[in-house]
Design a protein around this ligand. Structure first.
Ligand code: KIV
Length: 264
């Protein structure tokens, strides 16, 4: 296995795994200084392309975003979300995952569970493709955005699913929108680390969509903490620029290109 993955595995029960999404180099470069895992999420479909779900993003498009993100990454583990339809059977999953790895040189791919695709994970792992699983609210397969595992029997069903994913060889698993009790049970029972989103503190790590926590996406469910209102800051800057252009306060003399110097 990859050394970056070994580092993630060693964190189980020791220190929390920090993870965020990125779709481009400039953001990835900042995240890389702080987080353990950068995910090129298929949430790019909603966040950047305005789709109502994650389903319309193509493999080529994810590859394109990953190539940009990759330029900003030095130390963190780069995981790429496989889009809906790109892993519908063992054969196309292998072909498409190999395509993503070959084109981007990413460290791992993530696939959502539909409670049937364990063989697909197993085959990918046997082909030396590291896989991150994803259970709970899985946007590619579930229509209703609801809390998962609210009863004891639901929690045990989720545990069974998570264990089968672990058995298939996944190196970690995202728990999305799980009740705190379910997250606790699964995190305790699995050997591989759990990365929670909307699943309480009872996980080995956390992930958020970066655009949500920066206050730029406009999507803020209860589990998102807005660490900054970047929309407001960007608007402030654009407003100032607009005013200065209109009042001819920009560009100033020190922005003029008289002489040979192009950079400051
Ligand atoms: O697509 C995505 O951003 C994700 C995370 C929310 C886990 O799958």
């Amino acid at each position: 296995m990859n050394k970056k993955i070994d580092k993630i595995l060693l964190k189980k029960n020791k220190s929390k795994i920090v993870s965020l999404t990125a779709y481009s180099k400039n953001i990835a470069k900042i995240l890389d200084k702080y987080v353990d895992i950068v995910l090129v999420g298929d949430s790019v479909a909603n966040v950047l392309y305005g789709h109502k779900n994650t389903h319309q993003i193509s493999l080529e498009n994810i590859v394109q975003h990953t190539l940009s993100v990759k330029m900003g990454i030095k130390t963190s583990l780069l995981v790429v979300d496989m889009p809906k339809g790109s892993y519908s059977n063992v054969k196309n999953a292998e072909k498409n995952a190999k395509f993503v790895i070959k084109k981007t040189n990413c460290d791992a791919i993530k696939i959502e569970s539909n409670k049937k695709n364990y063989k697909i994970i197993k085959n990918l792992v046997e082909n030396k493709i590291p896989v991150m699983g994803h259970i709970g609210y899985t946007p590619q397969f579930k229509k209703k955005f609801t809390v998962q595992g609210q009863t004891k029997s639901e929690a045990y069903k989720l545990l069974k699913e998570a264990k089968l994913i672990e058995k298939a060889g996944a190196f970690s698993i995202v728990l999305e929108c799980l009740s705190p009790e379910s997250a606790k049970l699964i995190t305790k029972e699995l050997r591989i680390p759990t990365i929670g989103i909307g699943s309480s503190l009872n996980c080995d790590g956390q992930i958020l969509v970066t655009d949500d926590m920066l206050g730029i996406s406009g999507f803020y469910p209860k589990f998102v903490k807005k660490y900054i209102n970047l929309n407001r800051l960007i608007e402030k800057a654009v407003k100032k620029y607009t005013r200065e252009v209109k009042l001819q306060k920009f560009p100033k003399k020190n922005n003029f290109l008289n002489g040979s110097k192009l950079r400051k």
